[in-house]
Ligand binder design. Structure first.
Ligand code: FES
Ligand code: FES
Length: 150
């Protein structure tokens, strides 16, 4: 048995320990906000928090997360109303939307350690996450807006 938590809910599973965490989150836990992009730690679409820091869920097996606290976009804010999610709506950030939960999870980790990041710090931190629709400028504005609201 492998035990860990997703969004505070205890998970106990006898699934294959080699199962990708991303696949487990989407197909076993039914949390489909986390997306499968490149599968190669290059796009950030699969980004989640593990014990408070961002990780690529496409690069972890469930055997790697024994005893860990996993947070996905579904657990970020009550009723989807984390200040970043509000700011994302107010700045109308998404285009196709595919990359956006990873972007928000990455941004949330930034604001937890640096509540007033400069534009340069935001762009540097967020450089791990790609957006094929090129919403980068709106992402920066939304992070700046959330930073003021938090
Ligand atoms: S799907 Fe994990 S980084 Fe692209
Ligand atoms: S909104 Fe389409 S990939 Fe980012």
């Amino acid at each position: 048995m492998i035990r860990f938590k997703i969004n505070g809910t205890p998970i106990e599973t006898d699934a294959d320990p080699e199962t990708l965490l991303l696949i487990f989150i989407r197909e076993e836990a039914g949390l489909t906000g986390t997306k499968y992009g490149c599968g190669a730690a290059m796009c950030g679409a699969c980004m989640i928090h593990m014990d408070g820091t961002t990780v690529y869920s496409c690069q972890l097996r469930i055997a790697n997360v024994e005893g860990k606290d996993i947070k996905t976009i579904e657990g970020l804010g009550e009723d989807g109303m984390h200040p970043l999610q509000k700011a994302w709506i107010e700045e109308q950030v998404p285009q196709c939307g595919y990359c956006q939960s990873g972007q928000i999870m990455r941004a949330a980790a930034l604001l937890e350690t640096n509540s007033r990041p400069s534009e340069a710090e935001i762009r540097d931190w967020m450089s791990t996450n790609l957006c094929r629709c090129s919403t980068y400028n709106r992402i920066v504005k939304a992070i700046q807006r959330a930073s003021k609201d938090m």
